[in-house]
Design a protein around this ligand. Structure first.
Ligand code: NDP
Ligand code: ZN
Length: 347
């Protein structure tokens, strides 16, 4: 990114490697809706000549003197969020906020991202995971952000077996939330979206009903399906500040909304007073940045290897060569209706 609203290529030195760090080169890259927000909505504030990207599979080219488990030549999964694992926030269970709120998000935020010939990974032993032998590279790329974020939506909403759940938004993040919700044993899963291939994949990943928000209100449609009762949990992975009004309205008392959607505009989100039980409805609203880190990456990789999830099916557009990253990013910006997620194979 050259500045807000403009992308292009910049020439930079290879980053320096600290004692706990690694330098990697990309094997596969994927642009994210968050990259689009960063450039075209200025969502994280002003940035100049910053390398974009936080979704990569890579090869280690250099490690610091204190790195124990990785060496040059290792092929690795890299989590999009790369916390400082020795921070107090990490000890408190919120590593993604190490160093301040949202500060575990370092790539293409506080430092250069992964759309580069070489990139820097802090805390390599904590933020890299070995690429499992035989793993599909597209699935591996989705383990950087889409899988952990979607799954975090299900964690935030505390999905329990037998729950009836609405997943609002079924782009790649919401699709992974559907998969996570199914794995956690939900009964009914109402997937809210409109793009046909997203709807088809949501059904394949475990959704029981598709709610097309363009064909009528979400509230009316879900209340009708649930005979006026509403749902136990809502995961929000799309929509805007007003989506919380709909989520509150369809949520049963005692229910939880788990939000992973990035809210880039406005000063307030709309929580409707009476639908929130005038403050007494025991309806929780939780929102979170995905946690990141090696343990989680290894566990989610286990779900891929055992065939329990198939994130590679979300890849609708493939490119070859680092120079194609810009084209892939533009696709993410324009969101043609047949797009779910693009992938760039670098070598
Ligand atoms: P997409 O744009 O691909 O998907 C958005 C989904 O929301 C689509 O299904 C879209 O439907 C649906 N939608 C749009 N408007 C509405 C509406 N008014 N009501 C209901 N549904 C609506 O996004 P991604 O899946 O790539 O990302 C989702 C969000 O997650 C983004 O905000 C992204 O920045 C954020 N994110 C958060 C992370 C975290 O750590 N918390 C990490 C990564 C991403 P349609 O089918 O019509 O397109
Ligand atoms: Zn992302």
């Amino acid at each position: 990114m050259l500045r807000i609203g403009a992308t292009g290529w910049v020439e930079k030195d290879i980053p320096a490697c600290g004692p706990l760090d690694a330098i990697c080169k990309p094997i596969a890259l994927a642009p994210c809706t968050s990259d689009v927000h960063t450039v075209w909505a200025g969502a994280i504030g002003d940035r100049k000549d910053m390398i974009l990207g936080h979704e990569a599979v890579g090869e280690v080219v250099e490690v610091g003197s204190l790195v124990r488990d990785f060496k040059p030549g290792d092929k690795v999964l890299i989590t999009a969020i790369t916390p400082d694992w020795n921070s107090l926030e990490a000890q408190g269970g919120y590593a993604m906020h190490s160093g301040g709120m949202l500060s575990g998000w370092k790539f293409s935020n506080f430092k250069d991202g992964v759309f580069a010939e070489y990139f820097h990974v802090n805390d390599a032993d904590g933020n890299l995971a070995h690429l499992p032998e035989g793993m599909d590279i597209a699935a591996a790329a989705m383990l950087a952000d889409m899988v952990p974020t979607g799954f975090h939506g299900a964690e935030l909403a505390d999905i329990q077996f037998g729950d009836n759940v609405a997943v609002i938004g079924i782009g790649p993040v919401g699709l992974m939330a559907v998969a996570a919700t199914a794995i956690r044993g939900a009964a009914e899963i109402y997937a809210v979206g409109s793009r046909k291939n997203c709807c088809d994949l949501a059904l394949e990943y475990g959704a029981t009903e598709i709610i097309n928000y363009r064909n009528g209100g979400i509230v009316e449609q879900i209340m009708e399906k649930t005979h006026g009762k509403g749902v136990d949990k809502v995961i929000v992975a799309g929509g805007d500040n007003d989506t919380f009004a709909e989520a509150m309205e369809i949520l049963k008392p005692g229910g939880i909304i788990g939000n992973v959607n990035y809210l880039g505009e406005g000063d307030f989100v709309g929580v409707p007073r009476s639908q929130w039980g005038c403050g007494m409805g025991h309806k929780q609203l939780r929102g979170g940045l995905m946690p990141g880190g090696r343990l989680r990456a290894e566990k989610l990789a286990g779900l891929v290897m055992s065939g329990r999830i198939h994130p590679e099916k979300m890849i609708t557009h493939r490119f070859t060569g680092l120079d194609k990253v810009e084209e892939a990013l533009m696709l993410m910006k324009d969101k043609p209706r047949d797009l779910i997620k693009p992938l760039v194979i670098v070598d």
